[in-house]
Design a protein around this ligand. Sequence first.
Ligand code: UGA
Length: 436
Amino acid sequence: MIMKMSFVGAGYVGLVTGAAFAADGHDVKLVDIDAKKVGAVNRGESPIYEPGLPALLKKHVGKNLRAQSSFAGALEGSDAAFICVGTPQMENGSTDLKYVEGALQAVAEEIRKREGYMLVVIKSTVPPGTAIRAEKTLAKLSGKKPGVDFGVASNPEFLREGSALEDCAQPDRIIIGTARESDAKMLGRIYERHKARIIRVTPTAAEMIKYASNSFLAAKISYANEIARMCESLGLDVDRVMEGVGADRRIGASFLNAGAGFGGSCFPKDVKSLAFEARKKGVAPILLDAALEVNELQKKHAFAILEGMMKVQGKTVAVLGLSFKENTDDVRESAAIDTIALLQSAGASVRAYDPKANAAMQKICPGAKYCASAADCLDGADAAIIITAWDEFRKPAAYYRKLLGDAPLVDARRLLDEKDAAAAGLNYHCIGRGKG
Ligand code: UGA
């Protein structure tokens, strides 16, 4: 069934989900206060780097997908309003809900004016209990009745940056959190083209599922990273160990890749936020705190390995990969930020390169020299560190040997083959592999 829907917030989640629903045939309107972003979308251009998104926008913009920068008419005639605004972190780890509250005001205004029912769907990641409170807020602001004139659902997203459209098309599960059966049915109709397993819960349980899922994945990564450090001291290879561990179906092989630590706009924020909510309720978030603590250590680990080998003061160090992971230009909470800062405070000059994220990192770390290619960055450097697993860094060891000579290469993403590195005479060290 084709539905009319509006998305409040055309950031990562709103834009990708809106475009994916347009591809399903729904009629989609995006509203965002950022006029530049709106302009780009309406020209069929993607304001973010996400594989597959430009083609989808070109196909649907002007047909069943459009964006606007004011609320005027944005929600009119829509069966559902998806709230996809940002939920930034406050100093104390709690979640700032000011954008969600702003969106609710606009939604309340529409509910107040209209005759028909509106389903309000919260997709933003919010603390458990937010959707229930939102329903009360909307009732108060609009003077209309929940369950009669409108309903609020929680429908968290599980998209990964860099593979978001694939995740949208083939989700492992769709979580539908509603207080009433009729709202669950309506949301189910919106997703009827998706073949995924649908799990129906209350709105608060849905919100908790999102936090608990991200926290579990973050803890899994920290676990792999801690085992990786043990492997280094035992002369073992963490990938071989995790292959054996992950083969147990109860554990599962994914998200056991040791690396530079988890970054991005979700894991660090969501784990901190859940820990904050736990404390508020008098529950000690021991495991969550540990996952964060291990991560802080891991983000500094590539630097620590290099520092253990040489004095970096006065040396030129190349940092390859600046985004928090491959296939995105997002640098939020990237280990590259910690690595560059540590190198600079130890007196090194930093050359940096990323296929997509040079400009974003330059705003945060203006003191580094940004290079146009990996080769420019590496050529003649006294040492190099790989932080992000971009495919273009998966080169034969001879390539690095030619550019670096005897200078050490510390690989936080384990991209090179050990035997190839040894054969090429490359001074190669990677996270999670001990020289045993
Ligand atoms: C994450 C979740 O995977 C999504 O399901 C969720 O929807 C999203 O957060 C969100 O809450 O919006 P994302 O932050 O895009 O997605 O990236 P991930 O692919 O999960 O990677 C997060 C970080 O963990 C990256 O820095 C990555 O390099 C690191 N990572 C991941 C590892 O170090 N090892 C692994 O095995 C996996």
